[in-house]
Design a protein around this ligand. Sequence first.
Ligand code: ATR
Length: 254
Amino acid sequence: MHNAAFAALGLNWRYLAFEVEPKNLRAAIEGAKKMGIIGLNLTVPHKLLAMKMMDALDDSAKTWGAVNTIKFENGRARGFNTDAHGLEISLREDLGLKLRGAKVLLLGAGGAGKSIALKLASEKVAELFLVNRTPSKAAELATEIKKRLPSVRVTAGYPKNAIGLLINATSLGMKPDDDSPLDQKQFSLKQTRAVYDIIYRPAGTKLLAAAKSVGCKTANGLGMLLHQGAKAFEIWTGEPAPLDVMRRALENNK
Ligand code: ATR
């Protein structure tokens, strides 16, 4: 997606993927800074860890509580968050959903989950339910949201009644033999109208397949990937992102 966009703008830049152990994240960021690299994206499990490793945080990272994009400026690392923006556009484009007034169940309270929860709360969803494998993290996130956005109704735990949207923001589903992140004894997919899985590879997860089979509207995270990437591209280059080029590159590499 990024390499296609760089080519479209005639930039002699390359986007490369590196696997970095969490214990080496600080060294990797410092190394990239010293090598004169323009910027970085961070993914699972680095988005929360990186908050403490930045020289400066953009408002987006402060507001959404996690860093997925870094820009190096004059030897300083500035952290941004483009995930919340990507999700909002994708929910609208891919599910035709407006967040205001919706009842939403969010699975996952890691880096991606936290940004999404804060975004949902700031868009004035009617009610937000937070569930996480480690329940204390969902409870902590609920407390933080109540403090920052007191008018939003937030519950740590599964909803008892029907909702409009379920979002998976855990990493469960990225590996082919992963289970579904949803405990269907606690909440039935028949109780939600739509399901969004932020995972895009594989394109179909067990959760999405189960949701489709009971008639939910579904979308995977490809649209969020596209729009968070387009925003990161604009941060690094200062140019508008060639969205069609990026979308085509993603669709050709599914
Ligand atoms: P990211 O920055 O991409 O969100 P993360 O902060 O490591 O990555 O968060 C990963 C999320 O997936 C967390 O919600 C994690 O649950 P825990 O907080 O309990 O670790 C969730 N997750 C990862 N593996 C999981 C598994 N096998 N079952 C359920 N949830 C899992």
